[in-house]
Design a protein around this ligand. Structure first.
Ligand code: ATP
Ligand code: MN
Length: 533
């Protein structure tokens, strides 16, 4: 076991300016961290062996409190705006020092880990946590160096995450008490005032989304990935909740990763060492791989038990809809390690179209692929307000604008180059509504979505007939193994055909108006992929 005897006495935080009197625990094993988390009363144990933790006020990331330090190095390269909010260099120094002082009398859990399965493109992280369960989260989600590697581990990026530490907005220049600040030059992320562990994961993702395309000509992607027996890689782009994690866990294919990958000249590699899956309404029947991954070592976040038991009730939404589990990738039986495979043969764009307009599966030509990649469409279903059933469109460039420090055109260019160079099939998959919009129709059955993806991967859609969608122009297969033919045509599933046509044109118009801001950068070729009203 690589976990044993790692408490190397030589290691010290003083290089990072941290003088700590209360004890620093380096690279604890999962069992030790579970023990610490329970002793500290940070978390409780579930009857499946997983640790259950609450993340407090924040049950998701807080995008408005995520900053990037603006300095000589980043002022020209970062795409500043609502997503990449500039933070003052000196204020960062001040806050950093304040955090270091804060840590002096705290019990600290420190972990050394990699981000990036390909050793040519990885970051060597030192992660400093005040909470043991968060350090376990990092064990699960980042890559675990071997005992030998830890002996010579040279860190080149630091995360300091102290949920109990709150900023003073007046003095520190933050919006609120909580913050996640990335300093790309000093190579530090500071997180305070929030215990949502996903801030660490997505913070490092943002860093790699800067470094890899900017400095290494590697396309970084918000996608999941798996690989077939013949070595055929598939990647699945999509915004939150569209099915990246769910659909990449496929018993017949090796899992590469569920969320963050890089595409080099000849490989696709995972940035992470684990998965972070939604568990709302999780069932063993529908998602056996994820269900079985929740065992000792895994963490479940913001879930609740059935009364008088330690059995997790996955239907319980009383804390949040965004209940999650974090587990190391080897909890999935057919995960491949190292998480690296060849360049993709099939690319899937996942969208949860709550209007029920987008076909459940369609094939895109190169123009449409570029157009949909840049658009990054999905829909959010209505909130809890009574009587409000109308969903809302969400467009997020490259299916991940929230994590992209560079202008979207940088990622789009790399994506276009790679598509040009390699023979890739690009598919658009609607995991959202069928038979009408949200409130009228129902969510596409998971087993149908899986069957469509399997058919595409096995080449079973290569020789069927296709017809073009009236508005989006994408090619819809007229048959697909294990899927009733009527499911394939969204218009056929609506009882009111005129209503469908109207909705399709409305959605097309939203695509076009969203694309206005990219028109200046887009070629004629890309614009040829736009909907036709
Ligand atoms: P994130 O980026 O937040 O991790 P994600 O893209 O990984 O999001 P998933 O965790 O895979 O999203 O969530 C998809 C959710 O939708 C799961 O809870 C899954 O059970 C549910 N679902 C229902 N129907 C389908 C379908 N047809 N295809 C995919 N997922 C479906
Ligand atoms: Mn996911």
């Amino acid at each position: 076991m690589q976990d044993l005897e790692l408490k190397s006495a030589k290691k010290s935080l003083s290089e990072l300016g941290i003088q700590n009197a209360s004890g620093v625990m380096w690279n604890l094993s999962p069992a030790e961290l579970v023990e610490q988390a329970l002793l500290n009363q940070e978390a409780v144990l579930t009857d499946n062996g997983a640790l259950m933790a609450d993340t407090g006020t924040f049950t998701g990331r807080s995008p408005k409190d995520r900053y990037i330090v603006k300095d000589n190095n980043t002022s020209e390269s970062v795409w500043w705006g609502d997503v990449n909010i500039a933070f003052d260099e000196e204020k960062f120094e001040y806050l950093h020092q304040k955090m270091i002082n804060f840590l002096a009398d705290k019990k600290l859990y420190v972990r050394e880990a990699y981000a990036g399965a390909d050793e040519n493109y990885r970051l060597n992280l030192t992660i400093i946590n005040t909470l043991a369960w968060q350090n376990l989260f990092c064990y699960n989600m980042f890559l675990r160096p071997s005992v030998e590697e830890l002996e010579h581990f040279e860190s080149n990026f630091t995360i300091i995450c102290a949920p109990e530490f709150e900023a003073d907005p007046e003095v520190d220049g933050t919006r609120q008490k909580n913050f996640a600040i990335i300093n790309l030059t000093k190579r530090i992320i500071l997180i305070g005032g929030t215990a949502y562990a996903g801030e660490m994961k997505k913070g490092i993702f943002s860093v790699l989304n800067y470094i890899l395309p900017h400095e290494r000509n590697v396309l970084s992607m918000h996608c999941s990935a798996n690989v077939g027996e013949k070595g055929d890689t598939a990647i699945f782009f999509g915004l939150s909740g569209t099915g990246k994690t769910t659909l990449s866990a496929d018993p017949n294919r090796g899992l590469i990763g569920d969320d963050e990958h890089g595409w080099t000249e000849d490989t696709v590699f995972n940035f992470e060492g684990g998965c972070y899956a939604k568990v709302i309404d999780l069932s063993r029947e529908k998602e056996p791989e994820i269900w079985d991954a929740i065992k000792f070592g895994a963490i479940v976040e913001n879930t609740r038990f059935y009364e008088n038991s330690r059995t997790v009730d996955y239907t319980n939404k009383s804390v949040t809809e965004n209940t999650r589990t974090a587990y190391p990738i080897h909890h999935i039986k057919n995960a491949i390690e190292p998480s690296i495979a060849g360049i993709p043969k099939n690319i899937f764009f996942l969208t949860a179209d709550a209007f029920g307009v987008i076909p459940p599966i369609s094939k895109l030509n190169k123009s449409q692929a570029m157009y949909h990649f840049i658009s990054g469409y999905t829909a959010k279903v209505a909130g809890t307000e009574v009587g409000v059933t109308e969903p809302k469109t969400t467009f997020s460039a490259c299916f991940g604008a929230a994590f992209l420090p560079l202008h979207p055109t940088k990622y789009a260019e790399l994506f276009g180059e790679k598509m040009e160079k390699h023979q890739v099939n690009v598919w658009l998959i609607n995991t959202g509504w069928t038979g009408g919009p949200y409130g009228v129709g129902s969510r596409m059955k998971l087993k149908y979505t899986r069957a469509m993806i399997t058919a595409a991967l096995n080449g079973e859609l290569d020789n069927v007939s296709y017809r073009k969608h009236s508005v989006f122009g994408v090619s819809i297969p007229e048959s697909c193994p294990n899927v009733p033919a009527e499911v394939l045509s969204p218009r056929a599933t609506w009882s009111d055909k005129d209503a469908y046509d109207r909705k399709a044109r409305e959605l097309g118009a939203e695509f076009i108006s969203n694309f206005e801001k990219y028109k200046a950068f887009a070629t004629e070729d890309i614009l040829a992929g736009s909907p036709n009203l």
